[in-house]
Structure formats: structure tokens, C-alpha cells
Design a protein around this ligand. Structure first.
Ligand code: HEM
Length: 412
């Protein structure tokens, strides 16, 4: 194995905080290239829009992580949470994928998602009330107090996690998702163990007394259509996929709008523009900068480059979404941009199942925040902001976002 491969991920802070110039430079050199990941494994990173879309939709590129680990292909680091949590829809191919996605989809039918709007509004305004009281004109952390707890509370509602249990679960996921490169630290292993034990207990409780929530639906299906491992994996994946992503969109989106006061004000005066703006904020701020694990099941040509069988493929959504061949003036935030089918929620059979919920949460979150606080501003210089998440591959969110809410209102 040659060591002349460029390293991808695990970047120094300057690149991690603003990776787009780095992506553009790599994409211009070659839209599909072989790299070495920060965990030591080689991979093919796909940077151009057309190539990324093709890779995401190609059935010859597998998502079966367990098979890759069992084949001993040495294409991926096991990391956490390990096999116990690895049989969810994002880590399998059809027909298992079809079966698992169909079961979980029941929670995401449009009527069920739309019915969550009043609850999400209640959560958003209650969090802002708390921040308002805590801040009283002084800086408050919008990530800790708003962007992060909002989607966590929503996923708690959807799954039927009792209110009293949420703080512990929130804290354990916080430790687990802080991010690391290489071997997981002891506290992450401990947090993972606590989450496993908690989800097992939750499943037992819902089996004893079912309710109108997703855990109960999945428990009911688990007798014939779902193994225990698949059930636990699916719950775990929903919590992970459902909150850190949306939290990052809210935090990153606020910064992008504060950078462009004209667009901030335009959304305040016309919140009807929010749905389009949210797509643009996803494109522009890349809350999920790379898609998850993929491996070639056979040789595949992507973007004119032949990738041999059993090689890891890493699709860089953050780069594809700034490909000037697809998006004119890609480095400009333009909330009125024609949509252009950005790949921020993925593409193909693994397209984000939670996209309608994420869009609803983000719309409500921005509506409440912008509506109540017209003078919202950063509490410190723009350079003081830090984006983090271990190797910087799958999640891109702020460590904290100190802001001054400014004179504002109680609930609008
Ligand atoms: C801004 C917020 C979000 C973003 C940017 C996002 C992004 C993505 C992306 C890029 C994928 C595809 C990954 C791949 O193909 O490797 C995905 C899949 C998925 N997401 Fe999201 N997501 C968000 C919010 C949510 C929410 C709120 C939920 C659920 C509560 C959710 C549940 C899922 C699920 C279940 C999948 C797997 C779909 C499958 O494998 O068929 N996501 N998401």
C-alpha cells in the first residue's frame, strides 16, 4: 500500500471550521480520487455532483457494514457502537433495507409529521423562554440551549421516551457523539453501554404497556418482522440521525444568516421563504458533509474513474453541493436560489427518511427565533466559533454558539 495518498479527514481546525475551499481545491484536481482516511483506511472520495449522485444511487455500491467487517476486507474501522447497533437501514442493502425502512416509515407518513408541528412550536418557544430568562441581555449558548435540545425533545416525542429519562439519555449521546478519531475513549464506551442498557429496558417497558409511539410500533413488529438486534439498532440510529444533524443545521444556519444580515431580515419579514431557505442552508452549511459508509461489491466506474471491488467509497456531499457545474456561484448563500436538487439529504434508496421532519423542525426553529429576536447577534467575533466532530466526516456542527438575543419578545 503506497503512502503517497493524501489524507482526508481529521483536519486541522482551520480546515475543519471551513472545509469548502479545501473541498473545491480537491474537486478541481479530480472529482473522484483515492485518499487515506484519518483512521488509516484507504477510500475513494467522490467530490463532483454528478459522480456523487451516481455513487449514492448505484446498487453495486453496498452499505452492508457488517458484511465488510466479517469479510475482513479491512476497509472500515469498527469504532463504536459496534455490531450490537449495526443492523439498521443505513447499514444494510435490499431486501433487508426495504423491510427495515418500510417498518420505520410508519412514523414518517406526512400526516404524522404534520401533527407534530404544535408540539415542536411548544418546545421551541419553551426553550427560548428559558434562554431569555437565563440571558437577561447577557450571552447565551444557542447550541446548548436551543439547537441541540430541540430536535432531541422531538425525537423523544416521536419514539415515546419518557420525559424523566431524557436528560440522562441526552447526556450519554452527547458523550458518544463528541467525536474522536481512532480508538473510542473509555467514556464513549461507557456511554454506549448505558444507551444499550437503557434502550433494552425501554423496549421491555413498551412490550408490557404499548403506547401510540414508534418504539411500540417497532416492538409489535419485532415478533415476526424484526430481530432484537435490528430493533435496538433502528432505535439507536433514529436518535443519532434525528438530532445531531438537525441541531447542526439550526446552529450552522443561524451563523450563515448572521453573516448575511439582508437574508436574515428577508426571512423575518417573509417567513414564507423559509422552506426554500432551509434547503439552501443545508446546501451551503453542510450539516452532514459526507454520506455514511459504502463499499464496492464489484468493480464500479464512478465519474469516469474505475474503483476496484471491496474498496470504501466516501461521498462528499459538502463538495458535491458546491460544484459550480450544478450550482452557479456555489459559494454564495442565496435563499431564493432555484432548488437544484442538492444532495444534503442524500439520494437513492437511502435518501433521508427524516427529511420532512427535519425541514419542519428547522422551519419552526427559525420562525420562532427570527420572529422573536430581530436583533440577534454573535456575542464574540466570528473567528471565535469552532466546528467540531472528530474526523469531521459525517457531522459538521458548532461546539457552541454564544449569542446576544437582544431586545425581543416573549412568545410571538
Ligand atoms: C438537517 C437534518 C438532517 C440531515 C442533513 C440528514 C441527512 C441524511 C443523509 C445525508 C442521509 C443519507 C446517508 C447516506 O446515504 O449515507 C440520511 C439518512 C437517514 N436519515 Fe437523515 N438527516 C437529517 C435529519 C434526520 C431526522 C430528523 C431523522 C429522523 C428522525 C433522520 C433519519 C434518517 C434515516 C432513518 C436515514 C436512513 C435512510 C435509509 O437508509 O434508508 N434524518 N440523512
Amino acid at each position: 500500500m503506497t503512502d503517497t495518498l493524501a489524507t482526508w479527514g481529521g483536519w486541522e481546525p482551520a480546515i475543519r471550521d471551513d472545509p469548502f475551499g479545501h473541498f473545491a481545491e480537491a474537486r478541481t484536481r479530480c472529482p473522484v480520487q483515492r485518499v487515506r482516511l484519518a483512521d488509516g483506511h484507504p477510500a475513494w472520495v467522490v467530490l463532483g455532483y454528478d459522480a456523487a449522485r451516481q455513487a449514492l444511487g448505484d446498487p453495486r455500491i453496498s452499505k452492508d457494514m457488517l458484511a465488510a467487517l466479517e469479510n475482513d476486507d479491512d476497509v472500515v474501522a469498527e469504532g463504536l457502537p459496534g455490531p450490537e447497533f449495526s443492523r439498521h437501514m443505513l447499514n444494510v442493502d435490499p431486501p433487508d433495507h426495504t423491510r427495515l425502512r418500510r417498518l420505520v416509515s410508519r412514523a414518517f407518513v406526512p400526516s404524522r409529521v404534520a401533527a407534530l408541528e404544535p408540539a415542536i412550536q411548544g418546545i421551541a418557544h419553551a426553550l427560548l423562554d428559558e434562554l431569555d430568562l437565563a440571558g437577561a441581555g447577557a450571552p447565551v449558548d444557542l447550541v446548548e440551549g436551543y439547537a441541540y435540545p430541540l430536535p432531541f425533545q422531538v425525537i423523544g416525542e416521536l419514539l415515546g421516551i419518557p420525559h424523566a429519562d431524557r436528560p440522562d439519555l441526552h447526556a450519554w449521546f452527547g458523550v458518544l457523539l463528541t467525536g474522536w478519531t481512532g480508538d473510542p475513549p473509555a467514556e464513549a464506551v461507557e456511554a454506549s453501554g448505558k444507551i444499550v442498557a437503557y434502550l433494552r429496558e425501554l423496549v421491555d417497558a413498551k412490550r408490557r404497556s404499548p403506547a401510540d409511539d414508534l418504539v411500540s410500533v417497532l416492538v409489535a413488529a419485532s415478533d415476526d418482522a424484526l430481530s432484537t438486534q435490528e430493533l435496538l439498532s433502528s432505535l439507536f440510529q433514529l436518535v443519532v440521525a434525528g438530532h445531531d444533524t438537525t441541531a447542526s443545521l439550526i446552529g450552522n444556519g443561524v451563523v450563515a444568516l448572521l453573516d448575511q444580515p439582508g437574508q436574515f431580515q428577508a426571512l423575518r419579514t417573509d417567513p414564507g421563504q423559509l422552506p426554500g431557505a432551509i434547503d439552501e442552508l443545508i446546501r451551503f452549511t453542510a450539516p452532514v458533509p459526507h454520506a455514511t459508509f459504502r463499499v464496492t461489491a464489484e468493480p464500479v466506474t464512478v465519474g469516469g474513474v474505475q474503483i476496484p471491488a471491496h474498496e470504501q467509497v466516501l461521498v462528499c456531499l459538502g463538495s458535491a453541493n458546491r460544484d459550480p457545474g450544478r450550482f452557479p456561484a456555489p459559494d454564495v448563500l442565496d435563499i431564493g436560489r432555484k432548488r437544484g436538487q442538492n444532495l444534503g439529504f442524500g439520494h437513492g434508496i437511502h435518501y433521508c427518511l427524516g427529511a420532512p421532519l427535519a425541514r419542519l423542525e428547522a422551519r419552526v426553529a427559525f420562525e420562532a427565533l427570527l420572529g422573536r429576536y430581530p436583533g440577534l447577534r454573535l456575542a464574540a467575533g466570528r473567528d471565535a466559533l469552532t466546528w467540531a466532530h472528530g474526523d469531521g466526516l459525517v457531522l459538521r456542527g458548532l461546539v457552541s454558539l454564544p449569542v446576544i438575543l437582544g431586545p425581543g419578545g416573549r412568545r410571538g
